[in-house]
Write a protein that binds this ligand. Structure first.
Ligand SMILES: [Zn+2]
Length: 268
């Protein structure tokens, strides 16, 4: 009888993770999940407004620029309807965000769907955009990449791996430690009419399950594909800032953590 009681007590006292066959993963400073805000296309008006809100909540995000669209523009015309006529900022403007601690990543030079163009052209888009970030902003390694239209292919991915530390696509909502491919990081994109409650629910789920959630956005107000309302953006930031268990990290910082902290396999 005594033995049974001690066994039960022993079982109750060990931490829940001891039971699980699931591998254990440690986030920094005892956090329970990671959330990254990854913002594409480089809409300057939105970016400066977003950065002011992010600063207010002491959070950071990643801005992925289409480097030939930054003024003075290196291409004649923008044919993408979401970007036509938009202000993509100047290099000195983006430098101020870099200096405030935001990540500036690459979203190519001219925003093509990379798998649809020839290898020489996509290698140029991938390599020259990184070079532009280094030359114009002094961006330091590691540099990260976001695929236009979230479109990748094994051939394009292999070229991205030559130049960048990590890359983002879309597709599945969450990234699970232990099943993470740093060049195929998944992201979730709320629509303009997605309610704040649904965004918060995704953050809650990432926290409950210990996942990395990358939230993809473009602009605010009327800028870009499915812009987010400033009040909703701020509501999301409040949710992130008011919870010590959430690690809100730039794409680069989160990717680096995953790369350098392998998942502990359970003892057999
Ligand atoms: Zn884009």
């Amino acid at each position: 009888m005594k033995t049974i009681i001690w066994t039960i007590l022993g079982v109750l006292l060990v931490s829940p993770s001891t039971f699980a066959d699931e591998p254990a993963f440690e986030f920094p400073e005892g956090k329970q999940c990671a959330v990254t805000i990854s913002i594409d296309d480089g809409f300057w008006d939105s970016a400066s407004q977003m950065a002011d809100l992010l600063d207010k909540y002491r959070l950071k995000a990643s801005f992925n620029l289409i480097t030939s669209w930054v003024k003075p523009m290196k291409t004649g015309e923008i044919t993408d309807s979401y970007n036509e006529g938009a202000d993509h900022g100047t290099w000195p403007q983006w430098k101020t965000l870099l200096d405030r601690g935001y990540e500036i990543g690459s979203h190519t030079c001219t925003h093509p769907a990379l798998p649809t163009i020839d290898p020489e052209a996509y290698e140029k888009e991938i390599s020259d955009s990184k070079r532009a970030l280094i030359d114009n902003l002094g961006v330091a390694e590691p540099v990260t990449f976001a695929f236009p239209y979230n479109q990748s292919s094994p051939e394009v991915k292999a070229v991205v791996e030559k130049y960048y530390a990590a890359a983002r696509v879309g597709g599945k909502i969450f990234n699970q430690p232990g099943e993470l491919d740093l060049y195929n990081v998944q992201s979730w994109w709320p629509y303009s009419d997605t309610p704040l409650e649904e965004i918060v629910a995704k953050i809650d789920e990432a926290e409950a399950k210990g996942y990395w959630l990358v939230i993809g956005l473009h602009g605010m107000n009327e800028e870009g594909w499915h812009p987010i309302a400033p009040e909703k953006f701020e509501g999301m930031l409040k949710r992130l800032a008011n919870d010590d268990a959430i690690w809100t990290a730039t794409f680069k910082d989160a990717a680096h953590w995953f790369e350098t902290h392998p998942v502990q396999q359970p003892e057999k």
